[in-house]
Design a protein around this ligand. Structure first.
Ligand code: NAD
Length: 387
């Protein structure tokens, strides 16, 4: 079978990673790369054996690639995506967020629908091992109905002040921490809680430190299932790590806590304290299903502590949990590997991704953009916004 002819538009931090990863994939041939910064295109082109362009329109006309990867800055996703759709590409892979305005997102959605193009979005967190474990536990009802949750995803302040060199102020000012980080959070939540959708958003923001872009967004999302989730992303955090990330879900019968990336000190960890309806034997069967998907968790029998004098933390009954086992060492771009399989197999849920639902596409992108736009609008108005 011939290789997928791929091209990449926007060759900064992510575009270079995509081009280099695809050039190592035996199913793909990176034929051309484009960036308005011509020298960057030339350097990368030489590294991955692709023809460099300063104008992506010229590139699309010259090569008619099957796959177009769009990795331009957040507010510049629409033009290259529409150009790729018009060029006759069969598949587009774009970076998150889908778009920074609902108007852009709607145009992109309609163009993709009209031409029947497959568009995938690199919401990379969906391929995190323990995010997949959370997804499985929530969707199998192993903590009962999801009632409430919290997802925080923060960047070190160095991201909006240093990450893109001398372009940083302009870059961060043309986007926001809501587009950059909450887009990931909103997508993960929609994936975990599907088919539920967000119907109302109530948000606050703060603008005291950066000036050229908001410092933080903090929002409550209500889903049509009744689930309520707090989401929060900051761009002003002074922490040791680049990213800090914490998630928890309170179900009617159990709790999932995922301390994904602590800002300092604390150990990362993932634990699902399961419903009493789950005994050790069935927990082991769930563990085995996760193991078959490459996710390593252990079954634990645990007893909530009874200590501290007369204060108790539970009835002293033995409960069953699934818990992270070993440390994770993520490599490469796992979601992109699944997307390449999806192209090969002609399905949004390829064999390597079985059981996880369709890979993120243009419908997810439109919804993600609507929710993030509602968060921004709610914070500006100081009142809830319905979607
Ligand atoms: N999936 C993830 O986890 C993840 C992580 C970081 C960033 N991102 C996303 O990836 C995208 C790219 O981010 P980045 O950090 O690589 O940005 P970047 O600024 O480093 O790279 C963007 C490149 O696009 C080029 N460009 C701008 N306008 C162009 C145009 N009209 N035609 C051709 N090239 C153009 C710029 O010159 C630059 O080289 C953003 O949307 C960002 O949010 C995703």
């Amino acid at each position: 079978m011939s290789r997928i002819k791929a091209s990449v538009i926007g060759l900064g931090i992510m575009g270079q990673q995509h081009a280099e990863a695809l050039s190592l994939n035996s199913e793909v041939e990176v034929v051309a790369v484009a960036d308005i910064r011509a020298q960057i295109a030339e350097d990368l082109g030489a590294r991955v054996g692709a023809k460099p362009y300063a104008d992506y329109g010229d590139m699309l006309r010259a090569h008619s690639p099957d796959l177009v990867v769009v990795t331009t800055p957040d507010p510049i996703h629409m033009e290259p995506v529409l150009a790729a759709v018009e060029s006759g590409a069969t598949t587009i892979l774009q970076e998150k967020p889908f778009a920074t305005t609902v108007a852009d997102a709607t145009k992109m959605y309609e163009a993709v629908e009209r031409k029947g193009v497959d568009l995938y979005i690199n919401f990379a967190n969906r391929a995190g091992e323990l995010d997949m474990a959370t997804n499985y536990v929530l969707r199998e009802g192993l903590i009962g109905d999801v009632v409430y949750g919290e997802m925080r995803l923060d960047d070190n302040i160095s991201v909006p002040t240093e990450m893109w060199g001398e372009r940083t102020r302009e870059w961060a000012g043309s986007s926001s921490v809501a587009h950059f980080l909450l887009s990931h959070v909103v997508d993960l939540l929609r994936w975990h809680l599907r088919p539920a959708e967000v119907t109302e958003v109530y948000a606050v923001s703060q603008r005291k430190v950066l000036g050229y872009t908001p410092d933080v967004y903090d929002a409550f999302l209500t889903f049509d299932s009744g689930t309520k989730i707090r989401v929060k992303s900051e761009w002003i955090k002074h922490i040791d790590s680049l990213v800090e990330s914490y998630q928890e879900f309170s179900g009617s019968e159990g709790t999932v806590i995922y301390n994904r990336r602590p800002g300092f000190g604390a150990q990362p960890g993932w634990r699902a304290n399961l419903s009493t309806a789950v005994d050790l034997g069935s927990a082991d069967a769930y563990r085995e299903i996760l193991a078959q998907r490459g996710i390593s968790v252990a079954v634990r029998a645990h007893r909530p502590e009874l200590s501290s004098g007369r204060l108790t933390a539970g009835g002293g009954e033995t409960r069953v949990a699934l818990e992270q086992e070993g440390t994770l060492s993520p490599t490469g771009m796992p979601l992109v590997d699944h997307i390449i399989k999806a192209i090969r197999e002609g399905t949004p849920e390829p064999s390597s991704w079985k059981g996880n639902g369709p890979l993120p596409g243009h419908i997810d992108g439109l919804r993600q953009t609507q929710v993030v736009a509602a968060i921004i609008e709610s914070a500006e108005k100081g009142e809830p916004v319905s979607i």
